[in-house]
Design a protein around this ligand. Structure first.
Ligand SMILES: *Cc1c(COP(=O)(O)O)cnc(C)c1O
Length: 467
């Protein structure tokens, strides 16, 4: 029987009307039109059966979509509009698409430690090690551990403590704090090694080092003071000058380069790289994988294969080994040279300005009514210069001049928290400066810009309606 005028089913909203509503357009963009349409039809069915009222169709469909797409982690993705490329609080290096795919692939069973031809145990992470070897001088040994700090601790434990030569010779100018209260000297001390500090805060000479070398020396450690710069009356000993002395005394020279560049980068002239450091004579190099290397969290021990093997054989190595997903993501990062980190660092100023102008235009565009009538945003949207940074404790002296969209400071919070009723909106973290929030476009892709504009407009509307 067709519904009569009095029949409430006449008031069930039509599918095409719902699909055109902004929240469903947004949902379809995110989850695909098919699933959104199916959720709407399911809710209409429920209304036809009288299980819900016609006025509840939209909400029911949306609720169904949200429930289905709720992910099982409390971590939330954010768009990094801080201009800081390696933002430690935002997870440092973002992974490339290739690395994400590799990580997902490795998440199930995989041959991480198994030879499929022979049907027996194989060297763990051999693909990753060979990818590393291809990016380093011939004959370089490599080990991947949990992070940069683990690499240092393990090397010192294996070369100094385990060898009953407990002294680690290190310059006073290089006893740095990595961040969040963690200090290299404490890390070294916790392994049972004894620090033999040489030189002064601002000056250390080759003689300071050579005078300290003796039968109790386990290794000489040089730490790249990556997160600060000493200027003025300073002196430190280059690896190239220290290496021959260490070789003469048969003491390993360990260099912690921190940032993880495998080769030199002209943009970062003061940032040491593994290849150059090894060529200069370092016995071992330690580094992070999620800084300038642009990969997942990890730590590298690179260099003399015999020493690397000694480090690998230390019992603590097992406590610091990396997950299969890390090995997969790292291999993919190494095999595809251009990482999102490198891209963000090397963007040209012209491109950055164009992106900032595009973002401002998109924000203004969202305020153009359906009739083409311009409804100006309630606040000024200004394109301004913005000083980005490498971040992650790398290259503190390097300024990354870029461009941003400036908005009133009070929008920073709603941009960060997003709209709980609209999970399609991204959370955007900007940088607060001079009483405004700057949305720096350096770490945003072109595809991110419309999402940021939508988030800004939602925050501005909530602002106007007092929501
Ligand atoms: C970052 C850094 C570390 C610590 O590396 P993590 O991967 O964060 O553990 C150690 N040394 C230097 C020089 C660094 O820059």
């Amino acid at each position: 029987m067709p519904p009569t005028d009095a029949d409430p089913r006449r008031h069930i909203p039509r599918t095409d009307a719902l699909l055109a509503a902004p929240e469903f357009v947004h949902a379809a963009r995110k989850w695909g039109r098919g699933p959104v349409k199916a959720a709407i039809q399911g809710a209409q069915e429920a209304a036809r059966d009288g299980r819900i009222g016609p006025g509840e169709v939209a909400d029911t469909a949306m609720h169904e979509l949200l429930t289905r797409h709720r992910v099982a982690t409390t971590l939330r993705p954010v768009l990094n509009a801080t201009g800081v490329v390696l933002h430690t609080n935002l997870g440092r290096a973002p992974l490339s698409r290739a690395a994400r795919e590799a990580l997902t692939l490795a998440a199930g069973y995989c041959d991480v430690e198994f030879d499929l031809t022979e049907g027996r145990r194989a060297r763990r992470g051999r693909g990753t090690l060979s990818a590393l070897a291809q990016r380093l001088p011939e004959g370089t040994g490599a080990l991947v551990v949990n992070n940069g700090a683990a690499a240092i601790a393990l090397v010192v434990a294996a070369l100094a403590v385990a060898d009953a030569r407990p002294e680690v010779v290190v310059s006073r100018g290089e006893l740095v704090e990595i961040g969040d209260g963690f200090r290299i000297p404490d890390l070294l001390g916790s392994t049972g090694a004894r620090l033999y500090e040489v030189g002064t805060t601002n000056r250390t000479s080759l003689r300071d080092y050579t005078a300290a070398l003796g039968p109790a020396t386990g290794c000489v450690l040089k730490v790249h003071p990556s997160n600060f710069r000493v200027t003025g009356f300073t002196r430190s000993v280059p690896v190239g000058a220290l290496a021959p002395e260490c070789t003469n005394r048969e003491v390993p020279l360990v260099v912690d380069i921190g940032g993880g560049l495998l080769g030199p980068d002209p943009l970062l002239p003061d940032e040491p790289d593994a290849t150059t450091t090894l060529r200069q004579g370092a016995s071992l190099v330690t580094a992070s994988c999620d800084k300038l290397l642009g990969g997942p969290q990890g730590g590298l021990v690179l260099g003399d294969p015999e020493l690397v093997e000694r480090v690998r054989r230390h019992p603590l190595a097992r406590a610091m080994r990396v997950d299969k997903t890390t090995l997969a993501a790292l291999e993919a990062t190494l095999r595809h040279e251009v990482t999102p980190t490198a891209k963000a660092l090397h963007l040209r100023k012209k491109e950055l300005r164009a992106r900032a102008e595009r973002l401002a235009a998109l924000i203004a565009g969202e305020f153009t009514g359906a009739d083409g009538h311009e409804a100006q945003p309630a606040v000024p949207v200004e394109v301004v210069r913005s000083a980005g940074a490498v971040g992650g404790g790398c290259a503190p002296g390097v300024k990354l001049p870029g461009w941003a969209v400036a908005l009133p400071e009070h929008l920073a919070r709603p941009l960060r928290t997003g709209d709980p009723n609209d999970p399609g909106l991204p959370r955007v973290v900007g940088r607060i400066e001079g009483g405004r929030v700057l949305l720096d476009v350096r770490c945003l892709t072109r595809k991110d810009l419309p999402k940021v504009a939508a988030a800004v407009c939602a925050a501005l509307r909530a602002d106007v309606t007092g929501g």
